[in-house]
Ligand binder design. Structure first.
Ligand SMILES: [Zn+2]
Ligand SMILES: [Zn+2]
Length: 161
């Protein structure tokens, strides 16, 4: 089958990801259906670092045969389970997905006014978090640091809360 997109950054290995997804599905006695494959390909084509389930559903608006919202939502949770996507809960009912494969660890700044998401990595903060964990006799496996507030653009427009 011909790949419909070539504009994705070369660092993302589509075939590798599809292979990883397929072997995960096999372990669960599931199949890499055309729809599941299409959904993963769309995510790669979308070229968005962080996206919501609805962003992805939107991508299928003009698709025939139809890909239902439920199918997209189910595929997302399988992709999270397969550790291809990472799911973040940003705010009350605001879930955001991003590709975890091949991306270095980072944390997030979230604008509560416009929804903008900024990524950052800070070595000192990483070390401090490990120190805090160790100080509590805790062995951390992973973490997700989220800082909520007002982004520079919104702040510039006078938004304060
Ligand atoms: Zn903002
Ligand atoms: Zn991110």
């Amino acid at each position: 089958m011909a790949r419909s997109s070539t504009r994705k950054a070369p660092s993302i290995d589509i075939d590798g990801l599809l292979g990883k997804f397929e072997s995960f599905l096999q372990r669960k006695s599931l199949k890499l259906t055309t729809q599941r494959r299409k959904i993963l390909e769309k995510i790669l084509e979308m070229d968005k670092t962080h996206f919501t389930a609805d962003d992805l559903v939107d991508q299928f608006r003009n698709e025939r045969p139809r890909v239902s919202k439920a199918t997209v939502y189910r595929a997302l949770s399988v992709l999270v389970e397969a550790e291809i996507l990472e799911e973040h809960q940003f705010g009350d009912s605001y879930k955001v997905y991003e590709l975890s494969e091949g991306r270095p660890h980072h944390d997030h700044l979230i604008c509560t006014n416009c929804g903008k998401i900024l990524e950052f990595f800070n070595e000192e903060m990483e070390k401090l978090q490990d120190k805090v964990a160790k100080g509590n006799g805790f062995h951390p496996t992973h973490h997700s640091q989220k800082i909520y507030g007002i982004c520079a653009a919104c702040w510039g427009k006078g938004v304060r809360a």
